[in-house]
Design a protein. Structure first.
Length: 296
């Protein structure tokens, strides 16, 4: 298999974003735990476990994307953006894709489970929810976006749980999950607005009302408003200072302005700007949370 085909199969850019998100949460968890017997910040043990998380997270995410493409191979043939993927293009059989997905899924789950059992269980749940709940729902109802937002936000939670020796979910973990969960909606709907014509070829219904209209733009704008206070939760609860609060507020207001432009114009150009805004919003906010938290 060519590298370009493998990259398309596992949706490389999406997979790397997922691994990045989990990595940030992992380091925050290690700092929050402060248990030198398990692996203090920047210790050898920490970096070994971080490597397990990165490789395991990469494999699990790749497996979920692979299963998604096995299930949707006939639909991918209909859309311009997906017809050149290896399975719809005929360069890989469904059976090969399934075997590869199973292999990556089992290897990734083993690595994540070796950190603690909850991390392994959450990774399995993420695969099942993404591949076997979100994927079939995409053609049935816009509720698919809500379902998809859960596995989309789980990397932040999985990374944090992986950074705890006994695997636990506390307030910081829930804050990390909440930011990424709410962000998912604007992110999903901006992409759906840009690609709506292509999605319709496969019968996907991902916009809030199922079409590019004022109501879909209003719902997108309202959810982006909700993201503003959610992004300030680290500062509100004292896990971050004014730096993360200030940067998160500025990023959220820029994001909100982009969502407002979509509401005002209803143009694909505005949706594309909102889509690209979503790509840099999350990494910047997460990195600032990390830097502010470890500097406390």
């Amino acid at each position: 298999m060519k590298w370009s085909d493998f990259s398309k199969l596992i949706k490389m850019r999406l997979t790397l974003l997922v691994v990045f998100s989990a990595s940030i949460s992992f380091i925050i968890a290690v700092k929050a735990n402060g248990d030198n017997t398990w692996g203090a910040l920047y210790s050898t043990t920490m970096w070994i476990n971080w490597l397990k998380l990165v490789v395991g997270g990469f494999l699990v995410t790749s497996a979920a994307n692979c299963f998604n493409e096995v299930i949707e191979v006939d639909l991918d043939k209909l859309m311009k953006r997906t017809m050149d993927r290896p399975m719809p293009a005929g360069r890989m059989t469904n059976g090969q894709g399934l075997v590869l997905g199973l292999g990556m899924g089992m290897a990734g789950t083993y690595l994540l489970g070796s950190l603690n059992i909850l991390t392994g269980l959450l990774s399995v749940f993420s695969i099942l929810l993404y591949a076997f709940a979100y994927t079939p729902l995409k053609r049935k109802s816009p509720i698919a976006v809500f379902v998809g937002a859960i596995p989309g936000a789980l990397p932040a939670l999985i990374g944090y749980v992986a950074g705890q020796p006994h695997g636990q979910i506390d307030k910081i973990a829930l804050i990390l999950f909440a930011i990424q969960f709410v962000w998912q909606f604007t992110h999903f709907w901006a992409i759906a607005w840009v690609l709506d014509d292509d999605y319709k070829l496969a019968g996907f219904r991902l916009l809030p009302t199922g079409k590019r209209d004022r109501a879909s733009a209003v719902i997108t704008f309202v959810v982006t408003i909700i993201l503003v206070p959610v992004s300030l939760l680290p500062t509100y609860y004292g896990y971050g200072g004014y730096y993360v609060g200030g940067v998160s507020l500025v990023m959220s207001l820029i994001f909100l302005y982009q969502a407002f432009n979509l509401l005002r114009t209803l143009e694909i150009k505005s949706a594309r700007k909102l889509m690209f805004g979503s790509f840099y919003y999350l990494p910047v906010v997460q990195l600032m949370f990390l830097f502010d938290f470890i500097g406390k």
